[in-house]
Design a protein. Structure first.
Length: 137
């Protein structure tokens, strides 16, 4: 039996059509690899970029970003009456008092817990200091 050249080409083309080559793109890394002399970056924190929240725990304030603690600090007096964020959550104003006596108003850095200012609530006059004005008595 003799095949014609066109018949052989037809058979070859049918078998080649059935071959499929699938190439998958490599997965992108979760974060860029380190370059020479650098340590690899840690994966991004799931709480980074979340709004800050404050929790009062027995005469202390705890600042959280998502589930992570950013800072904590003691208040001047054990009973916290009021808190207010200032400067786009970079600072927090805390009004606290004891069981008797005047209230103390404090200004803290939200990120590191350092105290930036302190005044008795009855000393706030004519809106001064400005950061404490909303805590006047």
């Amino acid at each position: 039996m003799r095949f014609h050249f066109s018949a052989i080409l037809l058979l070859l083309s049918l078998t080649l059509v059935q071959c499929v080559v699938v190439e998958e793109a490599p997965e992108a890394p979760a974060h860029p690899p380190a370059t020479a002399g650098q340590l690899p970056l840690p994966p991004p924190s799931p709480s980074h970029g979340q709004p800050l929240t404050v929790e009062i725990e027995g005469g202390s304030a705890v600042i959280r970003e998502g589930g992570s603690i950013v800072s904590s600090f003691p208040t001047a007096l054990p009973n916290v009456e009021e808190t207010r964020w200032a400067s786009e959550q970079e600072q927090i104003v805390v009004k606290s008092r004891g069981n008797h006596g005047p209230a103390t108003v404090q200004l803290f850095n939200s990120r590191n817990g350092s105290e930036l200012g302190r005044v008795f609530a009855y000393e706030i006059r004519n809106g001064q200091p400005a950061w404490a004005a909303s805590m006047v008595e």
